[in-house]
Design a protein around this ligand. Structure first.
Ligand code: SF4
Length: 346
């Protein structure tokens, strides 16, 4: 029988696993702390468990680990980690350093089925979902390198298209005996899968970011095929009901595509659409990649758009393209290194 990878289990799942072996459920808390707070990778390290239990666990379970195959460092300090998975697939995580808080952007799928027209990951189609262990192991691997305070599920893949594994990974991240991250510092980003969004809100408390990118269904249908299933009005109605931690706001991500969705009319429509949604708006100038049919907005168009929203009392941030020289910026991840010759092998 295949050993059970304990990192695929939430605390409750681990309790059930131990109970199934006739063990006390409270042992799960000890194990959880070893896995996520001590970073144990071998049962022999778990000295507060009896030798007999450690031997039994070693016979029925395993502890997976990810090591970066390569790390690229951008001129602004952004670090892109390439992880090779056991079956040969590869995914990327991006660490965006900041003075007082590092943010780690992690992947949830190899490839993506959503096919957003402006995103390089979407052109690779979906290969497979990542397991819960593969999601949390990205955090653990980067944490061995640097402190990570913020997590965004905004890398390769649509998190809500892999919802069971993502919910389990989130539960591990925010559990006090697990990765112990504040739910205020964990953000799930989605292109707008409405039923899954509702389930996410019921099952875990985290921040939400939504990739909107258009103010008419006509354009959103074209650049984000998910809109054909869940049009803008349906998506916004779901956002109004989404439970957020504390008095947080939903982040609306808006990739500005030069000449396409960056006009003053778009800005006006955006204000109307978002008028009764507690939100802040992230404007992201399009990051070009090979084969892309789009261009970034002009500086003038970006400034007008930004100011229009600001004048209507929205919180607006125009995001820098961090890491674009190593193809680590938003929409540029593809699961392989840009220039293998430049890599820093850990
Ligand atoms: S933007 Fe997100 S959901 Fe859309 S194709 Fe890219 S990875 Fe998938």
């Amino acid at each position: 029988m295949q050993p059970t990878d304990l990192k695929n289990l939430t605390l409750e799942g681990l309790m059930q696993f131990l109970a199934g072996q006739g063990k006390e459920r409270y042992r799960a808390t000890q194990l959880f702390k070893w896995l996520y707070q001590q970073g144990a990778t071998d049962f022999s390290e778990m000295t507060n468990l009896s030798k007999a239990l450690r031997e039994e666990l070693a016979a029925t379970a395993c502890i997976s680990r990810l090591e970066p195959e390569a790390v690229e460092v951008g001129s602004d300090g952004t670090r892109k980690y390439l992880f090779r998975l056991a079956d040969g697939n590869a995914v990327e995580s991006v660490l965006i350093p900041d003075e007082d808080r590092n943010t780690l952007c992690i992947s949830t799928q190899a490839g993506c089925a959503m096919q957003c027209a402006f995103c390089l990951t979407g052109t690779f189609k979906l290969t497979r979902n990542l397991t819960t262990a593969e999601i949390v192991n990205q955090v653990l691997a980067v944490r061995r390198d640097v402190e990570v305070r913020n997590i965004v599920l905004m890398g390769m893949g649509e998190p809500l298209h892999n919802l069971d594994n993502v919910i389990a990974a989130l539960q591990i991240m925010v559990n006090d005996n697990g990765l112990k991250l504040s739910s205020r510092r964990v953000t799930v980003s989605t292109c707008g899968l409405v039923p899954e969004l509702e389930r996410l809100g019921r099952e875990v408390t985290v921040n939400l970011a939504v990739s909107l990118n258009a103010t008419t269904d006509e354009l959103r249908d074209r650049i984000m095929p998910v809109n054909q299933r869940y049009p803008i009005a349906t998506l916004l109605a779901a956002l109004k009901k989404f439970p957020l931690p504390g008095r947080r706001k939903i982040t609306i991500e808006y990739v500005l595509l030069g000449g396409l969705n960056d006009t003053p009319e778009d800005a006006k429509r955006l204000v109307r659409l978002l008028s009764d949604i507690p939100c802040k708006i992230n404007l992201i100038p399009f990051n070009p990649h090979e084969g892309a049919d789009f261009r970034p907005p002009t500086k003038a168009a970006l400034d007008v758009f930004h100011k229009f929203l600001l004048d209507r009392h929205f919180t607006v941030i125009t995001r820098d393209s961090r890491g674009s020289d190593i193809s680590a910026a938003c929409g540029q991840l593809k699961g392989r290194l840009e220039k293998p010759a430049d890599k820093e092998t850990p």
